[in-house]
Design a protein around this ligand. Structure first.
Ligand code: SAM
Length: 210
């Protein structure tokens, strides 16, 4: 616990504590993950609480074309790089240039050359995606619903991984998006399935309902 508390003590800084899934006003401003703390995302502790294998086996077994995947808020590529091993092309969307450069170099150094890194704050213009991942990112956004709606227009399947309300470490409790709220919003466009995968995060799969 001590290790995790230290890892996540300064996970990110909030300016205004209001959580509102469809807030489009300027009142709530979240400061995204601080790139200076990217070592947290590369740590053993992070790999322990959020192993990539369960996600990869769920997606591998799903009847979804393994053509294009999008990893929104890709960070250091914790999920992006494993996804690039099963999809033909993966787009990694990052708000932070520093994170994007780090991921680009890491993928290059690992000889992974099917990742396109896009630096964008808003949903990018992409034609289609077979799979879209939001891992630990929607709670950092001012308007997560906008991103989910975008995903419903181009994506066949989405996965949302985000902090459980009662996880004993992680972002401040009032920043987290309760699972029930997330299911409600996803349910506007997707058939939602809950998977029991992680101890401190909920894992929701959304399959396009039309
Ligand atoms: C906590 S990290 C998680 C990274 C990765 N998904 C993982 O699970 O390891 C959140 C990442 O999302 C990025 N981010 C925050 N808001 C974003 C936005 N609106 N668009 C794209 N990336 C965003 C941050 O820069 C950061 O790298």
């Amino acid at each position: 616990m001590q290790l995790f508390n230290e890892l996540f003590k300064f996970f990110h800084i909030k300016v205004n504590p209001t959580v509102n899934l469809n807030n489009s006003s300027d009142e709530t401003k979240y400061v995204p993950f601080d790139p200076a703390k990217k070592h947290i995302l590369e740590s053993e502790g992070y790999r322990k609480i959020l192993p990539v294998e369960p996600l990869i086996s769920i997606i591998s077994e799903m009847e979804v074309e393994k053509d294009v995947a999008v990893d929104v808020g890709a960070g250091t590529g914790h999920f992006t790089i494993p996804l690039a091993r099963i999809f033909r092309k993966v787009y990694a969307i990052e708000i932070s240039t520093e994170m994007a450069e780090y991921l680009h170099k890491k993928a290059h150094d690992m000889g992974v050359n099917n990742i396109g890194v896009i630096v964008m704050e808003k949903p990018p213009e992409l034609e289609k995606a077979d799979f879209i991942l939001f891992a630990n990112v929607l709670h950092e956004m001012d308007n997560p619903e906008e991103y989910i709606e975008w995903a419903s227009k181009i994506g066949n399947v989405v996965a949302v991984i985000d902090w459980e309300e009662d996880a004993p470490f992680g972002p401040p409790a009032d920043e987290r998006i309760p699972e029930g709220e997330m299911i409600e919003v996803l349910g506007k466009w997707f058939n939602v399935e809950r998977r029991d995968v992680y101890r401190y995060h909920y894992f929701l799969l959304g399959k396009r309902s039309r």
